[in-house]
Design a protein. Structure first.
Length: 176
């Protein structure tokens, strides 16, 4: 049973590593912090994997931990962890992060947003989650997601071409 759970966890990590790192990068603005944040979230998920694996969408739990750990960076000292010797699917730089790194204006705009607005904008527009899914990840109401998204988009409008007329963000997810 334990070997099966470990195999499921390893499959999950291999399948989602790149996307989770990209999300973490958009939240932190730093590749090294993004990788550490992703490792921290996955380490926490591993401890509860038996329960998480039974859920309908384990990725929601891991994203919640990712956002929570990122918020925790601002409230307490960030504990650095030794990076894993080999990361799943890594062959000299993460392609998802590389694509995002080429988009300096969005990152500059995201950096000026408060942590919760930044998380809402990243999850809603780069990760293409619905308002309900974002609310579930962040542990808040869909109304809060709508408000935070509207406020975040208003702040991002100073970056030409980033926020479209239809109020979508020109990002790699559903908005891009």
């Amino acid at each position: 049973m334990q070997a099966e759970l470990e195999g499921q966890f390893q499959d999950f990590v291999r399948a989602r590593w790149s996307r989770l790192v990209r999300t973490a990068y958009l939240l932190t603005g730093d590749v090294h912090h993004a990788e550490e944040l992703t490792q921290t979230a996955l380490a926490q998920a591993y401890r509860s994997w038996r329960r998480i694996a039974r859920s309908d969408n384990p990725e929601v739990y891991v994203r919640r931990v990712l956002v929570s750990c990122n918020s925790g960076r601002f409230h307490k000292r960030w504990r650095t962890q030794a990076p894993a010797a080999a990361r799943p699917g890594r062959t000299g730089g993460d392609q998802a992060v590389g694509r995002v790194e080429k988009r300096d204006p969005p990152l500059a705009g995201l950096a000026m947003l408060p942590a919760k607005q930044r998380a809402v904008v990243v999850l809603r527009y780069w990760e293409d989650l619905s308002e309900t899914e974002v609310a579930e990840v962040l542990g808040c109401s869909p109304g809060t997601v709508k408000r935070q998204a509207a406020e975040g988009l208003a702040k991002l409008r100073v970056y030409p071409g980033l926020v479209r007329a239809d109020h979508t963000v020109s990002g790699p997810g559903g908005g891009g």
